[in-house]
Design a protein around this ligand. Sequence first.
Ligand code: PEP
Ligand code: MG
Length: 588
Amino acid sequence: MSEKGEIIFQGVAASGGICRGRVFVLGRRHLHVPHRMITQDDVNEELKRLEESIVSTRKQLTDLHQSLREQVGSHDADIFEAHLLVLEDHALIDETTKLVECDLCNVEYAYQKVTNKYAKALESMEDDYLRERAVDLRDVSNRLLSHLLGHAEEDYPYNNMREPCIVVGHDLTPSTTVMLDRKMVLGFATDVGSKTSHTAILARALKIPAVVGLHNISSKIESGQGILLDGHNGKVIENPSDQTLFEYGHVIRKNEDQDVRLAKVRELAAVTLDGHEVTLAANLDQASEATDITKYGAEGVGLFRSEYLFLNRSTWPDEDLQTGVYAQVAEALSPDPIIIRTLDLGADKLSTLTRTNGEEPNPALGWRAIRYCLDHREIFKTQLKSILRAGSKRNIKIMFPMITTLSELDQALELLEESKQSLRQEGKPFDAGMKVGVMIETPGAVMIADTLASKVNFFSIGTNDLIQYSLAVDRTNDKIAHLYNPTHPGIIRSIRQVIVAAHKAGIHVGICGEMAGEPDFVPLLLGLGVDELSASAPLIPQVKYLIRRLKIEESRALAEQALTMQYSHEILEASRTLMQRVAPEIVN
Ligand code: PEP
Ligand code: MG
């Protein structure tokens, strides 16, 4: 055992699984650029440093470009090509050189001064495209400055990792998470975040064990230290004792047994013991993962988060490019249905494309999803046309996120009609009868579910947001993660209300929030009457295994009882008790 003894950090369990390995701490990107005076004799040395840093930054960008292309396809990796052009821009290099020669200052100071000047000029432009270039310029500038200051490894570590590690950082945004090289990341642990933050959702989709909301782990732990990460119970253990390692050996074997057991149900139907069928679909964040979905035994995609196509890019994806991506997913899964959700950028899913909109005081309540799209009609129509065109196999459905008012839905439907009209005029084939649905993820939408139901073909309840907005609990804030309560009686009643309204109107209703993939909640959701559950693909086998051990009658009785309960913990216990009675072997 190590001299220091075992130290346990408790956080939020974000993605199941256990891993052990060395830590790789991601640096925070606060660059302090010193201002030094140099002598005439130092000038050549300073300029040589600039040259060397450009060469190493170029190599880093090319490697990142290559690794992202392999993981997510070429269009998502385009941003690095644009960054290479900025890096090699002659005006920037010449002006920096002049400043070093004339002002006799250190090169990092000169480079930052020059790039700041250009970035500010771009930020003040009227033209959206030019304003967006400021983001690229600042990004490249920080990258080069990191090299000049000798921080490059900490700031952009992914392709500098020498062995598979557990990545520890203050935060990982969805756009940095998609860049992780999965082969090199055993797990990750972050200071902030909660179970339904998009980074946690991605970790589950990528099957990477993760613990978030650890408060200050990134400043307490150092690169190279050995840790054990328990993604089931939200624990990170530094210097695990022999006893701990022995106990975890059992859990790892239990996990392996579970994998074998679950593999057997993958091909079977999601049907209860008394014959009630449920549609079990997968959530998809990146098109490149579409082929994994059938491997986990899902029947199509219940939520394709199309906004991932818009992250890490320097230009908006055009109609043909989007059509190609959507058609590729539809083709890979045909004849199973895929539900493509239109762009839900905003809140924690920020794109370099929208960053120039300026910071919002309250992003989750701000300019996201349908609100952003209705204010950017050309961007929205391009996407609608692409989805319609990609539907030639007739297995695509379209879904609008964050609908809160009937008039938002009316406007979205109107733009969908206009998009069809444009395609007719352009002579491009498309699916004219494409089914349309809305996400129910705000309390306002719950209350008018009956009205919304009369205008669409299906609902999908987004519990991640519905919980955050109903309980006024930021889904990404680790300080209040304990208040984020899926079994709050208000949430259970809301889900029931939506299901009743949908069924009364004769439409199908699914759940695509993270609740759908959690065994604790599955008996309750079934009993409340959902027709479909859509979860991260790796969670599908355990949900199916559980459904096949339940009886719909006992689930309905549980739901009836839950609707009369007053406390969240009573509802959770009742659902968990049923889950554990019918499938005690599930490692949750
Ligand atoms: C939800 O809010 O439940 C949902 C599925 O959408 P997202 O997690 O992408 O906000
Ligand atoms: Mg949502």
